[in-house]
Design a protein around this ligand. Structure first.
Ligand code: NAD
Ligand code: DAU
Length: 352
């Protein structure tokens, strides 16, 4: 048996593949375009592992995807591939439409054709699992209940609009063609291999290199944080037991204001890797111009996944964030390798 994982060299995709092979002997075919966010070093521990095959390619390339499906006959396709950074979607939405909308459409076309050609037993066992985000639901008022699966889609950024469009296509391929799909909508992840354009790894990297820690606006925007390995375990659970055609919210009930998250990171770093001048990393916190259209609050109600599929996160925010800081301190070489010329160009564009 085999599964096909798209976006397997990115943050969550690579964590998923590593965790999958730590938990199963089932073969994984990874497909990734290796954009700036894709990094084969994330999968370096799998070198020589015959259960893993990496293929460099685009989910929007129908011929490549169809050939892969025919050749490897996976029992499931898990779609992590996406352009994922909100700020980049504000500077340049085109890539988001191409990959998240058009790419997902082509992937669905290839998968549908492959699935239709399977014998009836394999056709009914097949799953297409689409990895989506809580951002499709828009922004919550301070006292509003957390997003359930019934919450109306109200995406506010080009990124979240493109993810919402892909979710709708996935839904339509189930409703119209009967493709056995599952969709997960997860809150903010953090953990190993997180690209340092996103808040948590950016702050750790900037703190350690003596740079400002940029807080957008007043820093009181709220995100609901989940350790990446808990997201991976939720996806495995949904793939195993999720009801076809349904969506599952994934989250850890960890709402935090951005400023609190950054202060927590500073406090851990003060303990684990103190500044040479004895001062706190909090001194580096700098308030900068807000993100246009910045969603004020996300919060996920994950009770369906907990109640129906018995999933629970293993990490609290405190345990997950401590592990994450430790991982970045122990893996400076990984960070140094990706903070290359292209990364510096992005920082200049975004923060200057
Ligand atoms: P990421 O940007 O770290 O990784 C995305 C990966 O997809 C990269 O390896 C990239 O090379 C690859 N990719 C991009 N375009 C491609 C294409 N056309 N064909 C094949 N591969 C392509 O993103 P991530 O944070 O790992 O997110 C993975 C998925 O999870 C995304 O769909 C994202 O929307 C979703 N998600 C992310 C979070 C989060 O907090 N990071 C939370 C919820 C959902
Ligand atoms: O909610 C799930 C989403 O979480 C995923 O779908 C996205 O792919 C993922 O990137 C993430 O989106 P966010 O926009 O919430 O993540 P980001 O790390 O970019 O920002 C987190 C919060 O921190 C957000 O309120 C913006 C703020 N921020 C971010 C950066 C990069 C800052 O204040 N300063 C910064 O420099």
């Amino acid at each position: 048996m085999t599964i096909l994982v798209t976006g397997s060299a990115g943050f969550i995709g690579s964590n998923f593949v590593l965790d999958w092979l730590a938990n199963h002997d089932e073969k994984v075919i990874g497909l990734d375009k290796l954009t700036y966010a894709g990094n084969l070093q994330n999968l370096a521990d799998l070198e020589g592992d015959e259960r893993h095959l990496f293929v460099h390619g685009d989910i929007g390339d129908l011929a490549t995807v169809s050939a892969l499906l025919e050749r490897h006959q996976p029992r499931a396709v898990l779609n992590f591939a996406a352009e994922s950074h909100v700020d980049r979607s504000i500077h340049g939405p085109e890539d988001f439409i191409q990959t998240n909308v058009v790419g997902t459409f082509h992937l669905l076309q290839a998968v549908r054709e492959y699935w239709a050609g399977l014998d009836s037993e394999r056709r009914s066992a097949f799953r297409f699992l689409h990895v989506s985000t809580d951002e499709v639901y828009g922004s919550l008022e301070p006292d509003a209940a957390a997003f359930t699966e019934q919450h109306r889609y109200e995406p506010n950024s080009p990124y979240s609009a493109s993810k919402a469009a892909s979710d709708h296509l996935v839904r339509a391929y189930h409703h119209t063609y009967g493709l056995p799909v599952l969709t997960t909508n997860c809150s903010n992840n953090y953990g190993p291999y997180h690209f340092p354009e996103k808040l948590i790894p950016l702050v750790i990297h900037n703190a350690l290199t003596g740079k400002p820690l940029p807080i957008y606006g007043d820093g009181q925007q709220i995100r609901d944080w989940l350790y990446v390995k808990d997201h991976c375990s939720a996806i495995r659970r949904v793939l195993d037991a999720g009801k076809v055609g349904e969506t599952y919210n994934v989250g850890g009930w960890n709402e935090k204001a951005n400023l609190d998250v950054v202060q927590t990171l500073c406090d851990i770093l003060d303990q684990e890797s103190p500044r040479s001048d004895g001062r706190s990393y909090r001194d580096q916190i700098t308030f900068v111009k807000d993100r246009p259209g910045h969603d004020r609050r996300y919060a996920i109600d994950a009770s369906r996944l907990e109640r129906e599929l018995g999933w629970k996160p293993a990490e609290t925010f405190e345990s997950g964030i401590a592990k994450t800081v430790r991982w970045y301190l122990d893996n400076q070489a990984w960070v140094d390798n990706i903070t290359s010329g292209a990364y510096r160009e992005w920082l200049d564009k975004q923060y200057k």
